[in-house]
Design a protein around this ligand. Sequence first.
Ligand SMILES: [Zn+2]
Length: 258
Amino acid sequence: MQFTYESYVAMLKELHIKGYHFKNYNNWHETDCSVILRHDVDYSLEKAVLLSEIEKSVFPESVQATYFILVSTDFYNIHSRTSRNQMRQIIDNGGIIGLHFDETQYDIADEREMQKYVREEADILSAVVGTKTDVVSTHRSSQKFLSAEMEFPDMINSYSSTYFKNMKYLSDSRRHWRENVDEIIGNCLFRRLHILTHPFWYMQGREVSLKETLQNAILQASLNRYDNLNDNFKELERELKRTEIERIVYKTSDEENA
Ligand SMILES: [Zn+2]
């Protein structure tokens, strides 16, 4: 399996052909052969939207994927108009919004405090998105809370044993599948699957290396930064042209890819 949209689509089609029903964290048990698609949106809402568009184009009736969104991150701001539109697009494309909770943003002493912060962030996310967020996954989780069978009142913990022990869990964390996904799906080795993918790693066309993916994201971010400045700083072009930044960005990426 490659980190391209083509490869991701091929995986979805194969799941369908093999009789897996696309389900979510609430209804996975309604059929005896189901798959939950989980996406952790660690860095880019834009990439999440792209993946949801692809899912919708292949399965217009929805694959019910859950997009876990960070509330306290330095990468995107869920309150901005751009982000709100992006989350709306994900929902319009059939996606479900879940909370991706980063405990390192707080000093959390015990389970009760963890529950408190998760509740707070879930309420914020629900208010912004306009639908109730009732499922949580953790980002940069410590062993302390991962190993504990944490319960969150009125919320589904995607790390609870239900989604690990009763299902085959497959993940592309750090852009690396630890098992042969194609073989597992192709041979129907498990009747229930829980698949975590990070939209950030996937792209159109040819697969590029992990390093190149990271570098391109960082370089592209400087152009986004320019555009943000341009929205806020009057006549930015007079002081610094976008093409000047583009020249540096594209020169750097060309040199690296040469
Ligand atoms: Zn994460």
